[in-house]
Design a protein around this ligand. Sequence first.
Ligand SMILES: Nc1ncnc2c1ncn2[C@@H]1O[C@H](COP(=O)(O)OP(=O)(O)O)[C@@H](O)[C@H]1O
Ligand SMILES: [Mg+2]
Length: 466
Amino acid sequence: MATPYIVTISSEKGGVGKTTLATNLAIYLKALHEDLDVTLLSFDNHFSVDQMFSISRQPVRGDVSSLFTGTNPDELIEIGEYGVQFIPSSNQLHILRRDLEDPSLLIRALAKSSLGGIVIIDTRPDLDIFTQNALFAADRVIVPVKDAPSMDNCRHIYDFFDSHGLSRRPLRILPCLVDGRIHFDGPFRDPYQLLKAYAINRGYRCMEGYIAKSPKVESLNTNPEGKIFPVLTHGRHTEVHVQMTHVARQVYLHSIDIDQRRLDEYCTDMAHAEHEHQGAYEKRRSNLQAGCLVCGQPLVGKEVIGPAGYFAQSSDFRISGYLEDECFNSLVFRYFYGAKRTIEAHDPIWDLFRESAQRSYFVLQRAPHTRNFYQQKLSFYRFDDNGLEVSHKTIELQEFEKRLLTKERSDLFPLLERTLFDKEGRLGDAFLLLRKVGSDLPEEILYDQNFSNFAAVMAKVSTQLP
Ligand SMILES: Nc1ncnc2c1ncn2[C@@H]1O[C@H](COP(=O)(O)OP(=O)(O)O)[C@@H](O)[C@H]1O
Ligand SMILES: [Mg+2]
């Protein structure tokens, strides 16, 4: 399947020539390479692209906003003037903007499409989420710069690349709207030389050449037909024509020279991450203790897990496994809620506890300063969904040491022995974190997202424990 080469035109300054560059670049590329698919789209809310390229008066099937709501780009592409394809612009982006945070939506949409060739993306003069998506997907980012302030603004684009762990390699500055009438004394003779020196000084790389300011080009937007004319057809005698040709050549050459296109790189990364994730789940699954951590009844089979009521993991990550619902509930009532009598199976208190347990995390941990063999104490904590402490209670373990001597094992003992005891049979430094699981799919808690929530609560809990 073809992979498109993606060029994003971006600068936080308005009026630096982004849209003029994006639209004309599309036309020059098509003119230089007739067989090349060139597709243009714009996240600007002006309709210059549509004005310049739209042929049909047919109602459109969708616009650039649909790229962010799951539509395959293939369904949105229109054939336009000069053989350039385009996706219609949208005036609804401001509504969508509020709900979007993910800069990888566009690249994922492009991964679904059969689009090849070169895709050119025009952006708004800020770093909103649509610009971010266009930057994230780009093989080449051209940043038009016309003066020192617009050069200063480039920093934010570089920061975006750095903060997302993206290589700065695609980024190129292009001096635009360079006024040939201005001359300086000294080493930098004109605005072009000066801008180039600024860029190099900041470690920014430049495209070769620049785009001059030309009254003829400016006038292509304003005419009795209400159209926007290309430099190629209406400004052939300007120096901008030569300069656009040069920029288009550089873009084309990079598109065939580049080792790996950004979209391919992204897809490889995703496949890799997916593989790693699966590996992580499998590993968590295979590290589980086979039986209920309280009674030893087998719970973890090759195919299915259950019947399980709780998942437990020690904070040193040595032990993880499941507990039967009954087993844990009765321990809690007997040892920590001080139930004097045996609670009958049909007692509504069970349902009440089960229901509230779904919004809790439980912790078992040796009470502080009780490492001495005969004086061990065990603390039981309850935390809420956000990992904030709700209650706690500490009990003496001495008592069941005595019981042990009389061979009357406490029900708590096997759980502690399996999870928290060290080699000498004493409570170690780790704590045990427990969480209620759904009875239909207890392994759900081992899935990446769920497990990372569980691990996050564990981290938060550990900062609050003594
Ligand atoms: N090379 C140029 N010479 C003269 N005027 C230009 C040139 N390029 C763009 N312009 C004019 O500058 C204004 C801003 O250009 P535009 O491409 O819309 O910038 P942006 O998209 O960055 O806001 C427009 O009026 C456009 O006609
Ligand atoms: Mg614009």
